[in-house]
Design a protein. Structure first.
Length: 350
């Protein structure tokens, strides 16, 4: 803190990103990155875009990338907005669709950027308690609010809601925007995109960071009614019109078009997740049913802190939050089969 800081940032508690250690080689199961490389077509497209044309600004409307996404999802390009990672799009959406008078609601245990955005943008929040099995408290997200934010599958639990439940939420909140953050949807959940045609209050947000192995490229997109998309564009053009650079637009479009590669990566992650969940259960762990590229696990006899520290000493990095409800739980990203063998070996030692 410094006397030159604005009042707005003096009081804020910013988001804490997962550790990216540089000092030693860890098996990195802490930030839900993909253990496999990006599509070779995406890498070729990025190399081809690294050319003389970089002296020019990128297309602010990301036309080619939006066309690729629209084509894949059966939408019109006017229903798609691209941004510098889905975090940026979520930040834009909070500013575009929520007002300070009424509380926005989201589950108590969810992506920790949501409370940060709420506070930073001067909004009010109501965090509703989880069901005892860590599933989303759907009834408490219905009505009497200024907007709803839902990660589906949720993070860090990995639990997914069915499409019928998402639709129930949309029907119960017809006058406010419902943001469905689908960062992990490709690992087994059902996307809400088919509901866009019937619900003008639905904004679906996705990213290349997880299932397309491009966390380093920073590209995400939102899909929804064109009036919502226009709202996002309005916020963007008050901040920075060129948030997605030329390399990112080219790489992301190629990744979206490389469907076979995408399918094979997602299948491998799901298979490894199911095998790992089975092994952990056989070793006495409680494992929540995950439709994401991570598992949320705990052990009756071992505090979360001891497991976390013990894994770190053994070179395995996972994620843990010091929040009362989940302090004995670890979120473990799905790595390669070898990564997961090292994890289960280290846990057995502990
Ligand atoms: C990883 C993640 C994001 C952020 O994705 P980026 O596109 O890399 O910014 C958004 N929401 C959830 C729930 C995530 O886990």
């Amino acid at each position: 803190m410094n006397k030159f800081w604005s009042r707005r940032i003096r009081d804020i508690v910013p988001y804490t990103p997962g550790e990216q250690p540089k000092d030693r080689q860890f098996i990195k199961l802490n930030t839900n990155e993909c253990p496999y490389p990006p599509s070779p077509m995406a890498l070729d497209a990025i190399r081809a875009a690294a050319c003389e044309a970089l002296r020019l600004y990128p297309d602010p409307e990301c036309a080619a990338l939006r066309a690729a996404i629209a084509e894949r999802e059966g939408l019109s390009p006017a229903q798609v907005f691209c941004g510098n990672g889905s975090d940026e799009i979520l930040a834009f959406a909070f500013q575009a669709f929520f007002d300070p008078e009424r509380e926005i609601v989201f589950p108590k245990i969810t992506y920790s950027f949501y409370p940060v955005y709420t506070d930073f943008f001067g909004l009010k929040r109501r965090e509703v308690p989880m069901n005892p099995d860590f599933s989303d408290p759907v009834d408490l997200l219905c009505g009497n609010n200024g907007g709803v934010v839902l990660a589906n599958p949720n993070a860090p639990t990995g639990i997914a809601l069915g499409l019928d439940t998402v639709e129930q939420l949309l029907q119960a909140n017809p006058e406010v925007v419902v943001i469905v953050d689908e960062a992990y949807v490709d690992f087994g959940a059902h996307s809400a995109v088919p509901l866009i045609a019937r619900y003008p209050n639905l904004l679906v947000v996705q990213t290349t960071s997880k299932s397309r192995a491009l966390a380093g490229l920073r590209v995400g997109w939102a899909m929804g009614d064109e009036h919502l998309i226009a709202g996002l564009r309005a916020v963007r053009d008050c901040v920075n019109s060129y948030t997605v650079d030329r390399l990112a637009q080219a790489g992301a479009a190629a990744a979206v078009q490389d469907e076979p590669y995408f399918q094979s990566v997602r299948r491998r992650v799901i298979d490894t997740r199911e095998r790992t969940a089975q092994t952990l259960k056989e070793n006495g762990f409680t494992v929540l049913p995950s439709q994401a590229n991570f598992l949320f696990v705990s052990h009756l006899d071992r505090p979360g802190k001891a497991l976390f520290d013990g894994l770190r000493e053994r070179g395995v990095l996972v994620r843990r939050w010091d929040i009362p409800e989940i302090r004995d739980w670890l979120r473990v990203s799905i790595g390669t089969d070898e990564d997961m063998a090292a994890l289960t070996q280290a846990l057995k030692e502990l």
